[in-house]
Design a protein around this ligand. Sequence first.
Ligand code: SAM
Ligand code: SF4
Length: 331
Amino acid sequence: MKNTQSLTDNYNRTIDYLRISITDKCNLRCIYCMPEKGVKPFAQAEVLTDDEIVRFVRIARKHGLSKVRITGGEPLIRKNITGLISSIKETGIRELGLTTNGIKLAEHAHELKKAGLDRVNISLDTLDPKRYTEITKGGDINLVLASIKTAEKAGLAPIKINMVPIRGINDDEILSFAELTFKNDYHIRFIEFMPATCSGMWKKEKCINSADILKKISALGELEQFEFRGKGPSRNYRIKGTKGVIGVISPISDHFCEFCNRLRLTANGNIRPCLFSNEKIDIKAPMRNGATDKDIEDLFRRAIEIKPQRHRLNENKSSQNLIKTMSKIGG
Ligand code: SAM
Ligand code: SF4
């Protein structure tokens, strides 16, 4: 299927990527993302239905959307996830990915691949079983490790592993994660700790910037720049002679706003043009009140129009810029 028309924003960025949070609920409580008691979830009626999500993707695809990532909350706890993936892929989306904590991925990997999922990112912040349970407030690392193997077998490659290094929590494991690339074709992506205030543990000093991460990793060997297709936020390297890829994502120290190609759709139907801005456009109420496809297309265009040039996280202490609930927006 051919894209009919690509849309660019006011800063000449082509917007072709949508991250969809399909649920704000989660089966873990990672300490950097959520408070231990969780956050009050959206009422079921507030959450976009499968048909509403697919309708929006279909309309946006006609205007240049080519890449979708499903996230949450934990996307694999949503009912009919395989059916939803299949319907999204059928709209003609070229690249369909999913970010998961991996707890339930082994159960679903093969059927998801068959339904049209192209790749997965699995979040894993430690390789130590006890520490994993502490960081996630109860998770079993063995389920995640099994999921990584099953996802590989299912062909959801390359497997990307997201790790958020936090000073004093798991920063002593940066090298162990980097070493996973010695023998495996994994993409290990180190994400700078971002201010998700509802977790109650955000402190700028706990964030380890990408330059320091790379400096540490360079002790393992020469880092070669590695070009990887796509224009995501990750800067990619390979330790010379190894199989996998090391990526760093630096929303805090070196924002990539200039190249930002994405919008977000929250589980309750708001388009968010930027993770660090409170701007939003509701598509759920219009859809439920009889909006035509043209009306929805106009809302999609409007979201692109109001996309800010960049976030101001480093300049402005205003709480406007902080993410209140990562699991509601979809990280
Ligand atoms: N539950 C899924 C998971 O954990 O992969 C998907 C949703 S989660 C919000 C998406 C990504 O956001 C995960 O890789 C997670 O590590 C990351 N994340 C959550 N809170 C974060 C924070 N405060 N700083 C940086 N990354 C964060
Ligand atoms: Fe759940 Fe993902 Fe947040 Fe962890 S990072 S609490 S798995 S949404």
